[in-house]
Design a protein around this ligand. Structure first.
Ligand SMILES: Cc1cc2nc3c(=O)[nH]c(=O)nc-3n(C[C@H](O)[C@H](O)[C@H](O)COP(=O)(O)OP(=O)(O)OC[C@H]3O[C@@H](n4cnc5c(N)ncnc54)[C@H](O)[C@@H]3O)c2cc1C
Length: 264
């Protein structure tokens, strides 16, 4: 069943990314997601970007039909249908002292929520944000407000390190003991992050994105080839020692009709 949640405010983070704020407590955990329904258009999975007792944030990137319709049609005071929260989120193991979060593009929202939880447990948190250019770097101010160290990389060098965020990860990981690396973003980036962490003997968790329909494990749309694991139910967050064995990880995903699409 959908909750018809009223939009309290909308923040434009850049021309193609907005944060939709609801006054509602879904009791979500970092890494979990909701299905967002725009009647007559579509229903799409979105991560919970922030949650406290009276506020829920969903950060939406304008990429296709449904997200463009949300950008064009939905104003403050309107309602969106929300189902969830669903899925298995990030896990912070007992005794964790230092973590690194690596976010690429619109993969950043669930990491903001994770950083909030980590900082509430006084865990030292380094956040590495990668984007095409300075304008696409998301939530830098919010991460800093939580007391995280923030390192930035951009493809065009308009902010921070010019190049890939994985290059910063390699340097950061060697600056003292890291307990876990968490990542969400383009899959090729996450694969590199998981491989770097593995090479350094550090555990990592990745948040996978696959086409989803039901969102809670019935339809089988988001099954991982050869494994039968459902990303919506068994994930979206997986331990990288498992994910690195998925044949499709970093290589391809499937469309709504099951057609295989290679990652560029
Ligand atoms: C668990 C989960 C959490 C997510 N969290 C967020 C979030 O917090 N914020 C956010 O903006 N998006 C998030 N997404 C992605 C989001 O669901 C899709 O971008 C959205 O479904 C696009 O819908 P659309 O109708 O606008 O685009 P469509 O018209 O369906 O597609 C437009 C273009 O985007 C591509 N595309 C669509 N969906 C995906 C996908 N899942 N992976 C790769 N490419 C895709 C299509 O191939 C096409 O090229 C998440 C996805 C999952 C599975």
């Amino acid at each position: 069943m959908h909750l018809p949640l009223k939009i309290h405010s909308i923040r434009e983070e850049n021309p193609t990314f907005r944060t939709y704020v609801f006054k509602h407590d879904l009791r979500a955990k970092p890494g979990q997601f909701v299905m967002v329904w725009l009647p007559g258009v579509d229903e799409v999975p979105m991560s919970v970007g922030w949650q406290n007792e009276n506020e829920l944030w969903i950060g939406i990137s304008k990429v296709g039909d449904c997200t463009t319709a949300i950008f064009d049609q939905i104003k403050v005071g309107d309602r969106l249908g929300i189902r969830g929260p669903f899925g298995k989120g990030f896990e912070i193991k007992k005794g964790t002292k230092k973590i690194i979060l690596v976010g690429g593009g619109f993969g950043t929202p669930p990491l903001l929520f994770l950083a909030k939880e980590a900082r509430s447990k006084k865990i030292e948190t380094t956040v590495i944000l990668g984007a095409r250019s300075k304008q696409q770097i998301l939530y830098e101010k919010e991460f800093k407000k939580l007391g995280c160290e923030v390192l930035v990389s951009t493809d065009d060098g308009s902010q921070g390190h010019r190049g890939f965020c994985t290059e910063i990860l390699e340097k950061s990981i060697t600056r003292g003991k890291t307990d876990c690396v968490y990542t969400c973003g383009p899959e090729k980036m996450m694969k590199k992050v998981a491989e770097i962490a593995y090479d350094f003997g550090i555990n990592s968790q990745v948040s996978l994105e696959r086409h989803m329909k039901c969102g809670f494990g019935i339809c089988g749309q988001c099954c991982i080839d050869g494994k039968g694991l459902r990303v919506c139910k068994d994930g979206p967050v997986f331990d990288s020692k498992d994910v690195l064995k998925f044949e499709e990880f970093g290589k391809y995903s499937r469309t709504a009709s099951g057609k295989r699409v290679e990652f560029k």
